[in-house]
Design a protein around this ligand. Sequence first.
Ligand SMILES: [Ca+2]
Ligand SMILES: [Ca+2]
Ligand SMILES: [Ca+2]
Length: 173
Amino acid sequence: MGQCCSELKTFAEHIKANEEKIQELYNKVSLSFKMSAIDMDQYVLSDIFRDSVYVISRVDASFELEKNNQICKEMGGYLAEVDDKEEENFPGSFATETAGKLFVYIGINDVEKEGEYVYYTSKKPLVVANFKWWYNNPDDYNKNEDCMNVDMNGMNDLDCFRKARFMCEIPLN
Ligand SMILES: [Ca+2]
Ligand SMILES: [Ca+2]
Ligand SMILES: [Ca+2]
């Protein structure tokens, strides 16, 4: 590589490093702004993961997809959507840390058509094989499990009507 190009490369690397710093700063500013919409007495806040944070409700309450998603919306987010295995690990561990063995609902369901899981907000389909699941799940136990919870062991389908926690995903961008 000639001198011109190695200099250009160094320059490009500088820009990239700065972009990352700017994104980090932006995330911090955005987070402090978004936190004003989160009642910390009611919700536990996660660290930043891939330019998003997650919150989990502190008190068990009857789950309702639409109502709980609305609560997430008011905090600038939506019921958590675990897009891949890497993301599954982060909120999964956060759920176990925060809620122990209590169920933490997220925004995935097969209410419309049994076995066809979709994300509540983005409406995208979920590919079961791409994720980690509780042993022998999803199992639609008692033909009555159309909602989803997550913890450090992966996801599990669960009936939609429990008194449990729920998790919102709040993008900072
Ligand atoms: Ca997500
Ligand atoms: Ca089901
Ligand atoms: Ca299940």
